[in-house]
Design a protein around this ligand. Structure first.
Ligand code: ADP
Length: 169
């Protein structure tokens, strides 16, 4: 619970780019929590992102604009450290498959070690998005495939344009 009594959920990710699978988790979190902070993480482990951090933040902002209790932030520190600014923070993550679970379970234990106040909640992915990841979108875009039904409609031109620039490289 934050100081003003609001329950805050943090939805972290690299969002390179945001997909309809991410958005589904954000929308459902916004129905459960008073406020949702979508945190675009720099993520040192993912070497060469398709979009810069500023581009990712801007795209997430456009995608969540319709949700009044969702805001966007960015962080280049560990999630467990970032969460310290909130009282009783809850991280919400989406689970697509057993493989997600193993990784997330491990991350959860590490986060708890760094910040014992931090709770993690898992929402199962919507059936129609279990196959969907940012890397699938990047790959489809690289081959010029139709991105309808994978990412928010309004972001398709930006992603297609970036893929065109990529192909020219
Ligand atoms: P990705 O795994 O697509 O590269 P991120 O690292 O940005 O994406 O993931 C952020 C969070 O969103 C993770 O908790 C991940 O499990 C979740 N997520 C990603 N894609 C989906 C999806 N299609 N359905 C539900 N949750 C998802």
């Amino acid at each position: 619970m934050s100081e003003n009594g609001k329950r805050v959920a943090i939805c972290p990710g690299s969002f390179d780019p945001i997909t309809l699978g991410h958005l589904n988790i954000v929308r459902r979190s916004a129905q459960i929590f008073d406020e949702v902070v979508v945190c675009v993480m720099h993520n040192a482990m993912k070497a060469s992102p398709m979009f810069t951090i500023d581009e990712r933040v801007e795209m997430v902002r456009r995608a969540v604009a319709r949700y009044p209790n969702v805001r966007v932030d960015t962080s280049d520190i560990l999630l467990a450290e970032y969460a310290r600014q909130f009282d009783c923070p809850v991280v919400v993550k989406g689970l697509r498959a057993a493989s997600d679970f193993e990784y997330e379970f491990q991350m959860n234990l590490i986060n708890k070690k760094i910040n014992p106040e931090l709770e993690t909640m898992f929402l199962t992915a919507s059936e129609k998005y279990t196959f969907l990841s940012s890397s699938v979108v990047r790959e489809m875009a690289a081959y010029g495939a139709d991105l309808t039904g994978l990412v928010p409609e309004e972001l398709i031109p930006d992603i297609e344009e970036k893929a065109r620039l990529w192909r020219k490289k």
